[in-house]
Design a protein around this ligand. Structure first.
Ligand SMILES: CC(C)=CCC/C(C)=C/CC/C(C)=C/CC/C(C)=C/[C@@H]1[C@@H](COP(=O)(O)OP(=O)(O)O)[C@]1(C)CC/C=C(\C)CC/C=C(\C)CCC=C(C)C
Ligand SMILES: Nc1ncnc2c1ncn2[C@@H]1O[C@H](COP(=O)(O)OP(=O)(O)OP(=O)(O)O)[C@@H](O)[C@H]1O
Ligand SMILES: [Mn+2]
Length: 309
């Protein structure tokens, strides 16, 4: 469904509403946490996020999905050319129709999308990161950019209109916070998926951090859990939590009608770190996740935060 489709020139493309419905279905099936978050948003912004989510998911699937073995740098170059035509108003398939419509309604820049592709390109040729600085660039590209894309739709300031871009009157654009939240989520995702990524020969945790705790790549591939591993994971979790904390002041600058969503998305994702701790840092045999009951309990707390913080 999400594979690169040939230009659907033989038949008319989906209507705008049908395309948004397709994007809603993909978001609901691939990302229950994000989908739940979008349910707390106004309709116009919710649909735009679904359209952006699908483009991001398709881009990720090119490198991480079932057809990834066939993906080459040329595939991603083609995908970027399609991105440019979408930004020029020319959809290639039914999914693109919603994104073209979203781009006509919100002030969204193409650059974060290009950088997302550059981040996925890194997954084609890199399976190790020597330093956190290198990993941070990867996380910015695949996740920090999602923060920038989402913020273009969410808007800032006090007015609650769909396109409440009133920063002309001094509302600060919390770009750094949006990027920080994306990177914090990516670091969380990396810690949750250590075992899954190791089975694919990938280590995202910086090698300088492994060395700091005298933990080797071989230990990681063998799933060794001892005090070295627990200290290394505590260090990683602390770094992710610091980034979540640095993003939080930016949420109150966002448009009031989406603050609940962003608090909920932040709390839901950061609770994965708590789950890793509850699992005694066993990310090799156990999958850290937030239960549905825990997710639902986050919602009133997120609502309160959106009103007072
Ligand atoms: C409600 C809400 C937060 C909407 C954002 C939804 C959206 C457009 C998400 C796109 C996610 C995606 C598929 C990106 C492709 C690359 C990738 C997979 C990134 C990782 C996401 C998690 O995906 P998943 O859990 O499905 O992981 P697996 O592939 O299954 O392993 C990432 C961890 C990136 C997530 C980053 C964000 C959602 C950005 C959050 C930042 C904001 C919403 C900005 C808020 C603004 C301020 C000022 C704080
Ligand atoms: N047991 C599992 N094994 C492998 N992958 C899983 C497993 N459970 C969930 N996933 C995948 O991992 C991702 C995270 O799952 P989780 O339930 O934490 O959140 P989600 O439903 O994906 O919501 P979001 O993607 O917004 O975090 C999902 O994309 C899901 O498809
Ligand atoms: Mn997911």
């Amino acid at each position: 469904m999400l594979q690169l489709s040939k230009l659907q020139c033989m038949r008319t493309l989906a209507s705008v509403d049908d395309s948004y419905e397709l994007c809603r279905q993909v978001t609901a099936s691939y990302a229950k946490n994000f989908y739940l978050g979008t349910q707390l948003m106004p309709e116009a912004k919710r649909r735009a996020i679904w359209a952006i989510y699908v483009w991001c998911r398709r881009t990720d699937e090119l490198v991480d999905g079932p057809g990834a073995a066939a993906t080459t740098p040329e595939t991603l170059d083609l995908w970027e050319k399609r991105l440019e035509s979408v930004f020029a108003g020319h959809p290639h398939d039914d999914y693109d129709v919603a994104l073209v419509d979203t781009l006509s309604r919100f002030p969204i820049d193409i650059q974060p999308f290009r950088e997302m592709i550059a981040g996925q390109q890194m997954d084609l040729y890199r399976s190790r990161y020597e330093t956190f600085e290198e990993l941070n660039l990867y996380c910015y590209r695949v996740a920090g950019t999602v923060g920038l894309m989402s913020m273009s739709v969410m808007g800032v300031g006090e007015s609650s209109s769909a396109a409440n871009w009133n920063w002309h009157w001094g509302n600060r654009i919390p770009k750094e916070e949006a990027i920080a939240l994306g990177i914090a989520k990516q670091l969380t995702n990396i810690l949750r998926d250590v075992g899954e990524d190791a089975r694919r020969g990938r280590i995202y945790i910086p090698l300088e951090d492994l060395a700091l705790f005298n933990y080797t790549e071989e230990d990681l591939f063998n799933g060794v859990i001892d005090n070295r591993w627990r200290e290394l994971m505590r260090f990683q979790i602390q770094r992710a939590r610091k980034l979540y904390a640095s993003a939080e002041p930016g949420i109150k600058v966002l448009s009031p009608d989406i603050r609940w969503t962003v608090w909920a998305a932040t709390m839901l994702y950061s609770r994965i770190l708590n789950a890793i701790e509850r699992n005694q840092y066993d990310v090799f045999q156990k999958r850290a996740y937030v239960s549905n009951s825990q997710k639902l309990l986050c919602l009133p707390a997120a609502w309160m935060k959106s009103k007072v913080l």
